[in-house]
Design a protein around this ligand. Structure first.
Ligand SMILES: [Zn+2]
Ligand SMILES: [Zn+2]
Length: 268
């Protein structure tokens, strides 16, 4: 079983628990490492992210927890950047690169809110051609490594969140497949891990992690590698579906993210 999680949200953004409560549960579970990744500031939508003031408090709080657990549990202070985040001048232990919005005209259209929001944006900006919407999503994701220089890629195929069992669109559509292949290939070249993310399972939106098995196979075939995270917003789900991942994604190259951060620090 995986004994760490580097995608963790707290009360400073849209999570339910304090950093201290999360760390307490991680210690009970015998974790070796816990990384916090509060949602970075997006000035056009404050509903889920940390404002600059909240960011400062978050960093102080995580630092205190880090000291409190020294020698027992390695705590890391990271942030989940959105493609359209306003970058604040903080030196994080690591960052996640994610796409939660598409910038369409004057709109920042939310990808992960619900199916209707996606369909409305496809209607308004692409004349109802959902595949164009999906292409735009993967075009943006494909650019995440270059634009944000993150330490890993967040929920690569988030656009499929509401498509369990292909209920919204045909995931074998050639345009969809070509779009994710182009993005995945570009990101494999960046040499950073993709996450196998179980967060939507905890929130009841999906039964399987991101990315889909087809995408994971492709990434694997291109020499890409992975870390396992629960995109945790509630400490009761810190290891949500980790056993499912071990069973179904265990054949892929899953790396120790703590080692990667450690290596990077010694490089500098
Ligand atoms: Zn995210
Ligand atoms: Zn997240």
């Amino acid at each position: 079983m995986f004994k760490s999680n580097f995608h963790t949200h707290t009360i400073y953004c849209d999570g339910k628990n304090t950093p201290g409560e999360m760390a307490e549960r991680a210690a009970e579970l015998g974790f070796t490492a816990l990384g916090f990744s509060g949602h970075a500031y997006t000035d056009f939508d404050l509903s889920y992210c940390m404002t600059p003031e909240e960011t400062a408090k978050y960093i102080t709080d995580v630092q205190n927890v880090k000291e409190q657990y020294a020698g027992r549990l390695n705590i890391y202070c990271g942030t989940e950047l959105d493609y359209y985040s306003t970058l604040l001048p903080y030196d994080y232990d690591y960052t996640i690169g994610s796409v939660h919005y598409l910038h369409l005209g004057d709109d920042y259209a939310e990808v992960d809110h619900n199916a209707e929001t996606q369909m409305n944006a496809a209607e308004k900006h692409f004349g109802g051609d959902y595949m164009k919407y999906a292409e735009k999503y993967f075009e943006t994701v494909g650019d995440v490594a270059e634009k944000l220089r993150p330490d890993f890629i967040g929920h690569f195929d988030l656009v499929s969140k509401f498509n369990e069992g292909d209920c919204m669109f045909d995931s074998s559509d050639r345009r969809y497949v070509n779009a994710w292949k182009t993005a995945a290939e570009r990101l494999c070249n960046a040499g950073i891990p993709f996450e196998i993310n179980t967060g939507a399972i905890a929130r009841g939106a999906r039964k399987t992690p991101y990315p889909s098995p087809e995408i994971a196979d492709f990434i694997d075939s291109r020499g890409g590698f992975f870390i396992v995270t629960s995109d945790c917003h509630n400490r009761d789900y810190l290891t949500c579906a980790f056993d499912y991942v071990a069973e179904n994604y265990g054949r892929y190259n899953i790396v120790d993210f703590e080692e990667i951060i450690g290596r990077r620090k010694t490089d500098i």
